[in-house]
Design a protein around this ligand. Structure first.
Ligand code: ADP
Ligand code: ZN
Length: 754
């Protein structure tokens, strides 16, 4: 029977709860006036918001809404942009990270999934009016003050009528500016509706997986671990820590587990740190699973990424491999989640929605009732504690996988006490290390020299007045890069010609202090003129995949004798010919004002040490340090991860640091130092008023890098064991009224103190 006209005619169409992609906490109810089936959850829509049009996502189908309802403008695509399982994960993330749901959903979509190609920016009527007043020199009448860049941007939009985001971004700093022009209602986003292009059916049969006969025979530890994992498949949520020393064959275990899941028609998600650094790992997945794996790396074009996303969603491809944002990949029938090198800092997103990819991966597995495997040779303290608490089950791989290497203990670590060696400042390698390099060269073996700073000199100072050359937009010293003949700020990328004299006193005599990889390379070339030396850091690869891959291939082919590099050399590489690893000056990292400094140092050193002696010949590790007694160094000597962790956990517990407490950092920044400080002081006041005895409020304090890209920075740190109370304090503090130019970011489970 048809319903009587009366009541339902009041709201014809369907009601949609929409999360808009703006920094607002609430979701809003709209009406879809079109007849037919309601838009499914996760559908992308365009809705009016204030005086503009914005994108949003359908997150609910309310029964009733407020009296005054606005209609959606349109829907994007003919299928939901976000699957329900990913939507569920995003909801959890929004709650946990105190982030607006719409922003989390946006972070969850690959670039290109949104209708970016058809997105245009144009002036609103108010913007139009302002430009006209401006032309008559009467902008002040609108009561809005604009700076020169704003004006230029608005004028451009006026001339062009509308611009694509990319065109606009080419105008300096446009993305930052856009946000505040949007907020002030001067410009708006118009998304032209573009249905997703149908994914092309791929021609030809799927590439068969690598011949099964060539797979290595698992050793007994790998077998035992795999057996436990396979037994857990399909049993609901199960979490494991695969704790295997470097080169113990963890990857082989992931591959077998995933093969089993695929046999059962289930999907798998694999997160790896900085996928560009480990082309080898992606290649192993490809070799094993052929076209059944989508490798999601940042070098993919938006179109390719979109295509990969669609193939995953349709079930055409069952395995996704990628960096942290792949945690949102729409894998079907998810049964296995792997986080390789789970301790790695790159899993933490450091801007926008500040999520931790590893923690989200665990939650995703929980929601999907899947098996999650966190793998590492040096697990994070958080994960190790989860083992102690019985939340994760630990599986051990205590020997190297390669049968020859397995027969030996891990290579010994020798400590060189720099206090005992009189060295010229330009010498860099203490005699024992120099001798070891010479011996490796003579034996035709390869060496890795690790120093975690790039550039030539990390500091330029004036011998006359003592001034240090600092970046003009950041409060940090500039690093000399001799190759490029520039001083470069490592925080904002600003590059300036090397000044002839001191910028302060104008006297000649600037001198470089501190050592970076570029100087190490130069010194090593001079010491060993016959050796083939290469350097691996961000300067030599410059974000170019092919350069990186070529360099790694040359090391594999033994065309390089000595590889000098930053932490890029520590990451999972499996170079059979490397027998010697030398570590220069780990001291700076150990002494950072960060409660995780010791943990990070130990992880980094154990990882780089793990590059030695993986092949036929035994390895050797030499560490030069001024602090041989530091726990990170002492436990490294015996590769005693467990000893280190137990010691470190005791320290953390006595100081109430994570994982024995939780933290939330509030980060404020703005152009005017005094207003940032004032806002931070008010926010801290609000926090203290709410805190009671359960939450410790530290600060406000200037950040260790007090100025970045021209913005002054302050922090407030909250610490406590009761998460609900901690969150309540963070919410109270975040309600602070901010001057227009000051931004406040909430960072839950912060990883960086900078
Ligand atoms: P991890 O991921 O623990 O660092 P990998 O899985 O990369 O270790 O294994 C290190 C090396 O040992 C690789 O070259 C791999 O192919 C090889 N390998 C793994 N398992 C075995 C095995 N059971 N027998 C022989 N070689 C193996
Ligand atoms: Zn800078």
């Amino acid at each position: 029977m048809t319903a009587p006209r009366g009541s339902s005619a009041a709201i014809p169409g369907t009601l949609l709860q929409v999360a808009v992609t703006l920094p607002v906490e609430e979701t809003f109810t709209y009406r879809d006036p079109r007849p037919g089936v309601p838009l499914p959850l996760g559908s992308e829509v365009i809705v009016p918001f204030g005086s503009r049009q914005v994108t949003g996502f359908v997150v609910g189908h309310p029964e009733s809404g407020p009296g005054q309802l606005r209609d959606i403008t349109d829907s994007v695509g003919d299928a939901p942009a976000i699957d329900e399982s990913v939507l569920e994960l995003c909801r959890w993330a929004a709650g946990y990270y105190l982030a607006p749901l719409g922003e989390v959903l946006r972070a969850a979509l690959p670039r290109g999934e949104r209708a970016v190609a058809s997105r245009r920016i144009r002036l609103t009527q108010a913007g139009q009016r302002l430009v006209e007043l401006e032309a008559k020199g009467r902008a002040h009448m609108a009561g809005i003050t604009l700076d020169g860049q704003d004006r230029a941007l608005l004028a451009r939009l006026h001339a062009a009528r509308s611009l694509s985001p990319t065109a606009l971004a080419r105008a300096a700093g446009a993305t930052v500016r856009m946000a505040h022009l949007l907020d002030r209602g001067l410009v708006e986003i118009v998304d032209r509706v573009a249905g997703p292009t149908k994914s092309r059916k791929r021609a030809g049969p799927r590439k068969a997986s690598a011949a099964d006969g060539t797979l290595p025979v698992l050793n007994s530890h790998q077998q035992a671990a795999l057996h436990s994992l396979q037994a857990a498949l399909g049993q609901g949520y199960r979490a494991f820590l695969l704790h295997g020393i470097t080169g113990s064959g963890k990857t082989e275990v992931y591959l077998r587990l995933i093969a089993e899941a695929r046999q059962q028609g289930k999907g798998a998600l694999v997160l790896v740190p900085e996928i560009a650094l480990t082309p080898q790992l992606a290649a192993r997945f490809r070799a094993r699973f052929g076209d059944d794996v989508a490798v999601l790396h940042s070098a993919l074009s938006p179109a390719d990424r979109l295509a990969a996303w669609r193939r995953l969603r349709s079930g055409e491809v069952g395995i996704a491999v990628g960096a942290r944002s792949a945690v949102f990949a729409p894998v079907r029938a998810l049964a296995v989640v792997v986080v390789d090198e789970e301790h790695d800092g790159s899993f933490k997103q450091e801007d926008g929605v500040r999520y931790h990819g590893r923690d989200l991966a665990v939650m995703r597995a929980h929601q999907a009732k899947a098996v999650v495997v966190l793998g590492s040779a040096t697990p994070s303290l958080e994960s190790f504690r989860n083992v102690l608490l019985g939340r994760f089950r630990r599986l051990l791989l205590p020997t190297r996988a390669n049968p020859v290497a397995a027969a030996r203990p891990l290579p010994p670590v020798e400590i060189i006490d720099l206090r005992r060696h009189q060295m010229r400042s330009d010498q860099l390698l203490a005699p024992p290390l120099a001798d070891a390099v010479a011996a490796a060269l003579a034996a035709g073996e390869q060496t890795i020299l690790f120093l975690n700073r790039r550039g030539f000199s990390t500091l330029m100072h004036c011998q006359a007045c003592g001034a240090v050359v600092r970046c003009t937009s950041c409060d940090v010293s500039m690093t000399l890069h001799r190759g490029r003949e520039k001083l470069i700020c490592h925080y904002c990328g600003r590059a300036v010609p090397v000044p002839v004299g001191c910028p302060a006193c104008k006297q000649p005599g600037l001198e470089g202090l501190g050592t970076g990889t570029e100087r190490v390379e130069a010194v090593v070339r001079a010491m060993f003129p016959a050796a083939r030396v290469a350097r691996l850091d961000r300067d030599t690869t410059d974000g170019q995949r092919d350069r990186l891959e070529r360099l790694l291939a040359r090391v594999h082919e033994r065309e390089i004798d000595i590889l000098v590099g930053t932490q890029m050399v520590t990451k999972g590489h499996d170079f059979g010919g490397v027998t010697l690893v030398g570590v220069l000056q780990p001291d700076q990292g150990m002494h950072l004002p960060d409660f995780r400094a010791a943990e990070r140092t130990f992880q980094l050193l154990e990882q780089v040490a793990g590059r030695a002696g993986r092949g036929e010949r035994p390895g050797r590790i030499l560490v030069q340090t001024f602090c041989p007694d530091h726990p990170a160094i002492q436990f490294l000597r015996s590769h005693d991860y467990e000893g280190f962790v137990r010691d470190e956990l005791a320290q953390r517990e006595s100081a109430s640091y994570p994982p024995f407490s939780r933290m939330i950092a509030l980060r404020l920044d703005g152009r005017i130092e005094a207003s940032v400080r004032a806002a931070a002081t008010s926010a801290a006041g609000l926090a203290r008023a709410q805190a009671g005895s359960a939450v410790l409020v530290l600060g406000p304090a200037e950040a260790p890098i007090p100025k970045l890209r021209g913005r002054s920075r302050y922090q407030i740190w909250l610490r406590g064991t009761d998460r609900a109370k901690l969150v309540a304090v963070a919410r109270a503090a975040a309600k602070v009224t901010l001057p227009r130019d000051v931004r406040l970011a909430v960072d839950v489970d912060p990883q960086s103190v900078l």
